[in-house]
Design a protein around this ligand. Sequence first.
Ligand code: LLP
Length: 385
Amino acid sequence: MFPTEEFKKLQTPFYYYDTNLLRQTLQEIRENTDGYMHVHYAVKACANPKILSIIAQEGFGADCVSGGEIRAALQAGFPANKIVYAGVGKSDWEIELGLEAGIFAFNVESIPELEIINELALLKGKKARIALRINPNVGAHTHANITTGLAENKFGIDMQDMEHIISLASEMKGVEFIGLHFHIGSQILEMDDFAALARRINELQERLEASGIHAIENINVGGGLGIDYQEPDHNPIPDFHAYFETYRKNLRLRPGQQLHFELGRAIVGQCGTLIARVLYIKSNPIKNFCIVDAGMTDLIRPALYDAYHHIENLTAESSHDYVTYDVVGPICESSDVFIKNYGMPHTRRGDLIAFRSAGAYGEIMASGYNCRTLPQGYTTEDLKA
Ligand code: LLP
């Protein structure tokens, strides 16, 4: 499955992106969406320029959370009118960049932010299209660090304030209110969580209509669809049918209303793998450590969220002879551990190790801690060239 012979020639650690799988994943999304459904790829999951340009070429929009991401998206070829921009702390220059580019919508997260967008737009003689990010107070069954839709989270505008802020926005000359935005969290595998969000949106729409607010053109339900980290080979493509069907069945859209999604992990998660080389095997009376040349600086998810990434030895001599290892990196931190007590075929110095399902929040979250070099990213096309 992996071009292991090519891998052997490359400097490790590096990310490998299977662009055939990426294209199949995008195709599956297309097959499960209708004309009124618009998928914006959440650039925060992976901003590797080659990955971005494939997603742009395939006609998807982009969901950005910073000026840097807006620039990366434009450079990769995403049209400005398919870019949405969220974030609780947008700087003035970032808002100006969005205004100049003419992005589809600013997802606004507070009244002070709305006022600044209005001011900056007026100074430029422009009108900013804005969607209000509403905190739906809907929980999601996922890791506490990646839930976003609860009242205790910093994101979005409280539902109580909704009518007030919509009426404020409608009086401002520099902004045009075009929709509502929601997002409940990430790595969500229970469709009931998305159904709960859809039902909450139905209630909100009824409430708004009762107070005379009609014709909301766009509903953006955010992202959050999870992937199978345990069995990436069995489930390389998430169940998009179930996901989009959940919204089709549970969300009552008004005639002409457009539905937007911001999927990150579900698009790129399974197509990326971190490849590392084994430096040393070290044993003491209670442990065998497999020390690899990738660390938490290359893939921080295990250290930060206790995340599981399936690990494979791509070059093991025997696939029978299992040994239990703690797979660890070289960083001077006790939390630089990928996994503890993990059964792998007998492993030697020089073996290539694959950390699977690392396409989302992998390369993009890499850091230079310990003055490390950032990992390279290669695609299927690069290795053929
Ligand atoms: N839209 C908004 C407003 C978001 O905050 C996020 C993710 C997404 C869309 C995309 O969510 P996705 O479809 O990828 O679940 N670093 C963490 C995940 C952080 C997610 C942040 N927000 C991880 O490695 O699990």
